[in-house]
Write a protein that binds this ligand. Structure first.
Ligand code: URP
Ligand code: ZN
Ligand code: ZN
Length: 465
C-alpha cells in the first residue's frame, strides 16, 4: 500500500498496550500499524524516526476557552496562538465552549465561535455550548445536537456574567439531554454561600491582609462539594448523564465515586493545575496570576485526584485554558474579586501530566494516554476518530521522548501569555513532532503547521467510558 508518511522505530502507546511498531499514514488517516513498514512500504513515503521515543495519540483537551470575553476583558489566546500552543504541546483536538451573550441564541453563539476559528485553527477543534437561559434556549437543543454539538455546559455560579443556571434549569437540561442522547456538563460551585463568603471578606482590611489568598479563603472545598452533590441528585432523579468539569476537590472525587457505585451516570474531569499546583501559589507575590475558577486546592486534594484517576472515578484531564496576561491580571489592583480568572495550559498539559504522573509513577504510560487522549475522546463522542492509534483513526499523533526534559519558558512558547504557572519547571513529555490529520504541525519541537488546517469535528453520543 502506498503511504505518505511512516513513523518508524517507536513504541506505539495506546490506552491498552505499548508495542514496538511503525505507523503508516495515508492522507488524513492511519492506514497501517505494524513491524518493518519503513522497510517494506517506504516507496516515496516521508520517513520520521521515533527511535527511542513514544508514539502517542494526539492529546484531546476537552475544556478550553479561546478569545473568551470574560471578567471585563477577552482571554489572550485565540484560535491562532491557542492552536499553535496546542500543537507544540502535542494536543491535536480541543473543545471550546460557545457561549451566548445577552439575548443571543445557541445558533448565534455557535456562529460566533465558528467565526473565531475560521481560517485560524491549526489543529482540530470542536464545541460545547453553554446554556445561559434554559427556558429560551431549550427548544434549540436538538438542532445543536444534529450539528454535532451534543454536550452543554450549565454554570452553577456567574450570576454577574448572566451565565448562571438554577436547579430547575439543571433538572430540565438533564431530562432533555437524556431523551436526545446528549450530556450535561456542570461548573459545580455553590453560589449563595460563595457570594456570602466573598461579601464577608470583601473589606479593605482583609484585602490588605490576605491579598490574592482571599480567592482560596472564600472558596472552601464544600463550595464545590455541595454543588456536585446537588447536580448528582438531579442526575439520579432524571436518569440523565452528567459530566463534572474542572473538578478540583478530593470531596468531589468521593462523591462521584459513590454516585457511580450507586448506578448514577456521572463522570468527571480534573485539570492539570489541580494535579500539579496547590493553593500556596496564592500567597506569593504573583499569587493573583493563578486565580482560576474553581481555584487550585490543597495537597490532599491533589493526592485524592491522582488516586481518582488511577481508580477511574476521575476519567480525564483537561486544562480549562483561559489565558490572561500580566497586564490583564493587573486589573485586580488588590481586589481579588476583580482578577480575570483563568490560566494558560494547552502547551503544558501533556508535559505536566507525563512528568508528574508517569515519571512519578502515579500513572502508567498507558493510563497517561487514556486520561489525556482516549478517555476525553470517548466521553466527548470523538472516539475512535480521535484519541487513539488504530487503523481508520485520524492520523493525530505526537512523538515524545520518555525521559528528556525541557525547561518551561513562556518566552519560547506559542501562547500569547507573558507568564507560565510552570515557568522554570523541567518537564518531559513535550511533543518533538506532532501530526494532525496526517499533516506535520510540529517538527523538532518547532511549530510548522498552518492556520486553517484545523477543522471543526462534529461529535455524537457522548458519555461513553
Ligand atoms: O477561571 C476559569 N476557569 N475561567 C473560565 C470559565 C470557567 O468557569 O470555566
Ligand atoms: Zn467553569
Ligand atoms: Zn472553563
Amino acid at each position: 500500500m502506498k503511504l505518505d508518511t511512516i513513523i518508524h522505530g517507536g513504541r506505539v502507546v495506546t490506552a491498552r498496550k505499548t508495542v514496538l511498531a511503525d505507523v503508516g499514514i495515508r492522507g488524513e488517516k492511519i492506514v497501517a500499524i505494524g513491524p518493518r513498514l519503513a522497510k517494506t512500504s517506504a516507496d516515496g513515503a516521508k520517513l520520521v524516526s521515533a527511535q527511542g521515543r513514544y508514539v502517542i495519540p494526539g492529546g484531546v483537551d476537552a475544556h478550553v476557552h479561546l478569545a473568551l470575553p470574560f471578567c471585563g476583558t477577552v482571554s489572550a489566546d485565540d484560535y491562532d496562538s491557542g492552536t499553535r500552543a496546542a500543537a507544540c504541546g502535542g494536543v491535536t483536538t480541543l473543545i471550546d465552549f460557545a457561549i451566548p451573550y445577552g439575548e443571543e441564541t445557541l445558533q448565534q453563539a455557535v456562529d460566533n465561535w465558528q467565526g473565531r476559528a475560521a481560517g485560524k485553527a491549526c489543529v482540530d477543534y470542536s464545541l460545547h455550548l453553554a446554556i445561559t437561559n434554559w427556558e429560551r434556549q431549550k427548544q434549540d437543543i436538538k438542532r445543536m445536537i444534529d450539528q454535532g454539538i451534543p454536550t452543554f455546559k450549565e454554570f452553577m455560579i456567574y450570576a454577574a456574567q448572566g451565565w448562571q443556571s438554577d436547579d430547575a434549569a439543571i433538572y430540565g437540561a438533564l431530562e432533555t439531554l437524556r431523551d436526545l442522547g446528549g450530556m450535561l456538563c456542570v461548573h459545580a460551585e455553590s453560589s449563595r454561600v460563595l457570594d456570602m463568603l466573598i461579601e464577608r471578606h470583601h473589606t479593605p482590611a482583609e484585602m490588605k491582609k490576605h491579598g490574592a489568598y482571599l480567592h482560596t479563603l472564600t472558596r472552601p472545598n464544600f463550595i464545590e462539594a455541595e454543588a456536585i452533590e446537588r447536580a448528582i441528585r438531579w442526575t439520579k432523579a432524571t436518569g440523565g448523564r452528567l459530566f463534572v468539569v474542572h473538578m478540583s476537590t478530593g470531596e468531589g472525587a468521593d462523591l462521584v465515586k459513590r454516585a457511580q457505585e450507586d448506578g448514577v451516570h456521572v463522570l468527571a474531569e480534573t485539570c492539570a493545575q489541580y494535579l500539579a499546583l496547590d493553593d500556596r501559589v496564592f500567597a506569593g507575590k504573583d499569587g493573583h496570576l493563578y486565580a482560576t475558577c474553581p481555584q487550585i486546592k490543597k495537597p490532599q486534594d491533589q493526592k485524592r485526584l491522582w488516586a481518582g484517576l488511577k481508580n477511574g472515578e476521575v476519567c480525564s484531564i483537561s486544562t480549562d485554558t483561559c489565558t490572561f496576561t500580566r497586564a490583564q491580571k493587573a486589573m485586580w489592583n488588590g481586589d481579588w474579586t476583580k482578577i480575570p480568572m483563568g490560566m494558560p495550559g494547552l502547551e503544558t498539559l501533556l508535559p505536566v501530566v507525563y512528568t508528574q504522573g508517569v515519571l512519578k509513577r502515579r500513572l502508567t504510560v498507558n493510563q497517561f494516554v487514556d486520561k489525556c487522549c482516549t478517555a476525553p475522546a470517548r466521553v466527548m463522542g470523538l472516539y475512535p476518530r480521535k484519541g487513539t492509534l488504530q487503523i481508520g483513526s485520524d492520523a493525530d499523533l505526537a512523538i515524545v521522548h520518555p525521559t528528556q526534559k525541557r525547561k518551561v519558558d513562556w518566552h519560547q512558547m506559542q501562547t500569547n501569555c507573558d507568564w507560565s504557572p510552570y515557568q522554570g519547571w523541567n518537564l518531559a513529555g513535550f511533543a518533538e513532532h506532532t501530526f494532525c490529520r496526517g499533516q506535520q504541525v510540529v517538527a523538532d519541537y518547532k511549530f510548522v503547521g498552518r492556520n486553517g488546517h484545523g477543522q471543526f469535528i462534529p461529535r455524537a453520543n457522548p458519555g461513553q467510558v
